[in-house]
Design a protein around this ligand. Structure first.
Ligand SMILES: [Zn+2]
Ligand SMILES: [Zn+2]
Length: 247
C-alpha cells in the first residue's frame, strides 16, 4: 500500500491510501481534478472517501466526488454544516462520531476530536496491508490512546516557540487563541505519540503544518528524537510506502 499526499495544510488536505486494486480517499479539501489526476483517472478503484469535518480545507470536493459516483462518509453534522442532505444521491453516508464501518478492504473506526467544527472525528483505519493506521488532524488534543498501531498520520500544526515569536512580530492574539484551541501543537503531537505503544509503528507522517507557525526541518527532527521512528513531513505530491511490515 502507498500513501499519497495530494494536499496538506490550511490550503487543502487530501490523502490517498492505495494499492493496485483499491484506494480510499482521506479528506477531499482540494480541487476534484487534482484527486482524479492523482488516481491516474482510475476512479473505479476508489472504494470511498472519509472526511473528518466540514471545513473546506477538508471537505471542498464532497459534492463533486458524489457526482463521480464515490461514496463519502462523514458525520451527519458535517453534512448538515455543508448543507448536503444525508443520503444525497445515495452516496452521502452519515456516520456517528463514534462508529465502525467497512469500505472495501478497509475497516474504519471513527472517534471524536476537539476542533471548532460540528461533530469532528479522527479515524483508525485497518487494512491487511497497512495494519492499523491512525489519522488524527484538526484537534488540539486527543483523549484516546490506541493499541497495535502500525502507521500514524498526525497533525503538527505549530510549535509553541514559533507562535510566541509570531506574536512578537504582530500575530493577533485572537488568532493565536483560535489556533491553540483548534489545532495540535508539535509539543502535544509528541505527547500524543508517546502516550501510545509505538513498538510496531513503521511510519509517522506529520501533516497540516501551518505555513507561518511551523518549521519543517525542526518538526521532523523533534519527532524523530522523541520517538526513534521514521518521520516524514507531508508535502504535496509525495508518496510513501505504507505497510504493516517495513518491506
Ligand atoms: Zn484543517
Ligand atoms: Zn478544521
Amino acid at each position: 500500500m502507498k500513501l499519497k499526499v495530494i494536499g496538506t495544510g490550511s490550503k487543502g488536505n487530501c490523502y490517498i491510501l492505495e494499492n493496485e486494486h483499491e484506494a480510499i480517499i482521506i479528506e477531499c479539501g482540494v480541487n476534484v481534478n487534482a484527486i482524479k489526476q492523482a488516481l491516474n483517472f482510475n476512479i473505479s478503484k476508489v472504494v470511498g472517501c472519509i472526511v473528518t469535518h466540514e471545513h473546506l480545507d477538508h471537505a471542498k470536493s464532497i459534492k463533486e466526488l458524489i457526482k463521480s459516483s464515490i461514496n463519502v462518509f462523514a458525520t451527519k453534522e458535517t453534512f448538515d454544516a455543508l448543507k448536503i442532505e444525508s443520503g444525497y444521491n445515495k452516496r452521502a453516508k452519515p456516520i456517528n462520531q463514534k462508529d465502525s464501518f467497512k469500505i472495501g478492504g478497509f475497516k474504519i473506526m471513527s472517534f471524536d476530536v476537539n476542533h471548532d467544527a460540528a461533530a469532528p472525528v479522527g479515524f483508525l483505519i485497518n487494512h491487511k496491508e497497512t495494519g492499523n493506521v491512525l489519522f488524527l488532524t484538526d484537534t488540539f488534543y486527543c483523549a484516546y490512546t490506541f493499541k497495535n498501531l502500525n502507521n500514524i498520520i498526525i497533525e503538527a500544526n505549530y510549535s509553541k516557540q514559533v507562535i510566541k515569536e509570531q506574536l512578537d512580530k504582530g500575530l493577533p492574539v485572537f488568532l493565536r487563541n483560535r489556533i491553540i484551541k483548534s489545532h495540535m501543537s508539535l509539543e502535544t503531537c509528541i505527547d500524543t505519540l508517546k502516550a501510545n505503544d509505538l513498538s510496531a509503528v513503521n511510519n509517522i507522517v506529520l501533516i497540516h503544518l501551518s505555513d507561518g507557525n511551523s518549521n519543517e526541518v525542526e518538526f521532523e527532527k523533534s519527532v524523530k528524537e522523541a520517538t526513534g521512528k521514521t518521520v516524514t513531513v507531508a508535502n504535496n505530491g509525495i508518496s510513501i510506502n505504507f505497510n504493516k511490515t517495513p518491506f
